[in-house]
Design a protein around this ligand. Structure first.
Ligand SMILES: [Zn+2]
Length: 176
C-alpha cells in the first residue's frame, strides 16, 4: 500500500475529509468494508466465505455418503469410459485367449519355477513367454514360464531361444 506522504502530519480537517470520502466509496458499493483493494485472496472475503460455508453445508462426507457415492460410480470409469483410456493399449498384440487362467495353468505345469534358471521366485514373479514370439499363438507347447531376469534375455538372439525352448518343452513332455 502506498503510504502517501508519511513525513508530513495531516490536519484533522484532512483526516475527516478523507474518512468521508472513504465512507462515500463504501456506500456506493464500489468497494466493500473489511478488505482492501489489492487483496486478491477472495477466500478471505466475508461474502465469499459465507458462500463456501453454505456450499459445504450438508456435504459433510459421512460413511453413508461415501458408500452411496462409491456405489453410484461403480463402473463409470472403467475401460473406455476412463479419461485415461488409450484404446486397449495394454492388450495390444495379445490374444484374448492369453488369459489369467491360461497363464496360471502354464505356471502350474512348470511347477511355478523359471524353466531357464530354475529359480523359485514364486508364481507372481513368473512371466509367460511365447516361444515363437507370436503373441497370438497360445498353445501350451508355445508357452513357457520364465522369471523376469530370464525373460529379459529372450529379447536378444531370438532364434537361439526359440530352438532352446522347443527342445526344453519336448524333453519335458517326454519326461511326463
Ligand atoms: Zn530365470
Amino acid at each position: 500500500m502506498p503510504k502517501g506522504n508519511p513525513g508530513k502530519p495531516k490536519s484533522k480537517e484532512h483526516n475527516l475529509k478523507n474518512k468521508e470520502a472513504q465512507l462515500r466509496l463504501y456506500a456506493s458499493g464500489k468497494t466493500k468494508m473489511g478488505y482492501q483493494k489489492g487483496n486478491n485472496n477472495i477466500a478471505k472475503r466475508l461474502d465469499i466465505r459465507k458462500k463456501i460455508s453454505m456450499a459445504l453445508t450438508g456435504l459433510i462426507r459421512t460413511k453413508e455418503w461415501t458408500e452411496k457415492n462409491r456405489l453410484a460410480n461403480i463402473g463409470k470409469h472403467c475401460g473406455e469410459l476412463n479419461p485415461m483410456w488409450k484404446g486397449g493399449l495394454s492388450l495390444r498384440g495379445y490374444d484374448k485367449g492369453f488369459s489369467r487362467i491360461l497363464k496360471r495353468a502354464i505356471k502350474s505345469r512348470d511347477y511355478n519355477i523359471c524353466q531357464l534358471c530354475y529359480s523359485v521366485s514364486g508364481e507372481k514373479n513368473l512371466l509367460i513367454h511365447h516361444i515363437d514370439y507370436n503373441k497370438k499363438n497360445n498353445k501350451s507347447t508355445n508357452l513357457i514360464s520364465l522369471c523376469k531376469s530370464c525373460h529379459g534375455k529372450t529379447n536378444h538372439n531370438r532364434n537361439y531361444w526359440t530352438l532352446n525352448f522347443i527342445t526344453l518343452i519336448v524333453c519335458n513332455s517326454l519326461n511326463r
